[in-house]
Design a protein around this ligand. Structure first.
Ligand SMILES: Cc1ncc(COP(=O)(O)O)c(C=O)c1O
Length: 382
């Protein structure tokens, strides 16, 4: 029988490494998991308590397609608290993870055949989802000179117009942020050319220097993706939110009614408590910062070069071209010989990803230290 061409998306190699790591662990190996972009700290305590009460006391039926009005209002308050930005509640849609929000955004903003640009390297689901929806992905070959982020020069070098641009600052897999001037220039260029920007702000809150500013401060036409998986450490609750500009609000509502009916009720009620867990969440960020420093000191000693400057998120993107020209094979070998599980760069950059490996340090300090020691012992250069 027929299988659609649109289903022919690339595999997620991080999951292949995870599978190998689990097989080795079943055989008794000591594995240090640094392949998944998932906080090991787990759900904040107050969210769990709120979920217990909701199970006893709430009806937990469908909510409105755009989400629980109380949660939407709380998210609007979050923009006032974090960024001093006023966001009308109507423009906020609660979604099934940022992933569900990106689906709504791509469907609402673009037509089949539209061209959407993104940095190479980028979070792989952007590319794979866009392709499954019949959109053309335009990879921007970014490097250290633009902090692995899109720039006006890279857009001007394209041979044909684009209709959309995805940015993520801080980014997965590099952790880099778009410098303010570069960001402002990009927004100005895109507004002038009618290019819709989607700003993935899911790593906001996890920064090690300057705090990240929402694109709302610069543009009223952009789409914002965010959610509870990263800073709020609630991956399995499958809850995110989007801020849509006024012209997309009603189209998105109609799509959400039909595609998802509503986001999960239990997760929405529980997530109200997430905004009262600052101490716990800030302690997570402080731990990530320590982990980052351990890796930034140890990885160059082990021969991993040119680390992308990690401004935020919980990733180190390391150049392994001195060590291999096949990052997937390298990650499998590193896993078998040291127990350190990391993600090959081919997940993020189909063209140059064989030169890179991503380490996630959203884990505990002890795991990061043991991984750093194991890698230095494995590869140490004189
Ligand atoms: C940049 C980026 N955007 C979106 C997502 C998806 O997040 P969610 O769990 O909210 O669907 C991820 C998950 O790793 C991510 O790294």
């Amino acid at each position: 029988m027929k299988v659609s061409k649109r289903a022919n998306v690339a595999p997620f190699y991080a999951m292949e490494i995870l599978k190998s790591a689990n097989e080795l662990a079943d055989g008794g190996a000591d594995i240090m998991h640094m392949e998944a972009g998932e906080p090991v700290s787990g759900t904040p305590a107050r969210v769990l308590a709120a979920a217990h009460s909701a199970l006893d006391e709430s009806h937990l039926g469908y909510t409105e397609a755009q989400g629980n009005p109380r949660l939407r209002a709380r998210i609007a308050q979050h923009y006032a608290d974090m960024y001093r930005e006023e966001v009308p509640v109507e423009q906020i849609t609660v979604t099934i993870g940022a992933s569900g929000g990106l689906i709504l955004a791509f469907l609402a903003a673009f037509d089949i055949g539209d061209r959407i640009a993104l940095a190479e390297p980028s979070y792989p689901a952007y590319r794979n989802t866009l392709e499954a929806f019949g959109l053309e992905v335009v990879g921007l070959p970014t490097g250290a000179e633009t902090r692995f982020q899109p720039s006006v020069d890279l857009l001007e070098a394209l041979d044909r117009p684009i209709q959309g641009l995805i940015v993520a600052s801080p980014s997965n897999p590099t952790g880099t942020m778009i410098p303010r001037q570069q960001f402002e220039a990009l927004i100005k260029y895109c507004e002038a050319q009618d290019i819709r920007i989607i700003s993935d702000e899911i790593y906001h809150g996890i920064t090690y220097g300057e705090a990240a500013q929402t694109i709302l401060a610069y543009s009223s036409n952009a789409i914002i993706a965010n959610g509870f998986s990263k800073y709020f450490a609630m991956t399995g609750w499958r809850l995110g939110w989007m801020v849509f500009p006024p012209d997309l609000v009603r189209p998105v509502e109609r799509l959400a009614q039909n595609l998802f009916v509503s986001p999960p009720a239990l997760a929405q009620i529980s997530a109200l408590a997430a905004f009262n867990c600052r101490d716990e969440l800030e302690a997570n960020v402080a731990r990530y910062d320590e982990n980052r420093k351990v890796l930034e000191e140890a990885l160059p000693r082990a021969g991993f070069g040119n680390l992308a400057p990690c401004d935020g998120a919980f990733y180190v993107y390391a150049d392994v071209s001195r060590l291999t020209n096949d990052s997937y094979e390298f990650c499998q070998k590193m896993l078998k010989e040291t127990g350190v599980a990391a993600t090959p760069g081919i997940d993020f950059d189909p063209k140059r990803g064989n030169r890179y490996v991503r380490f996630s340090f959203a884990t505990n300090r002890e795991t990061v230290q043991r991984a750093a020691d194991a890698l230095v012992a494995w590869l140490e250069v004189d």
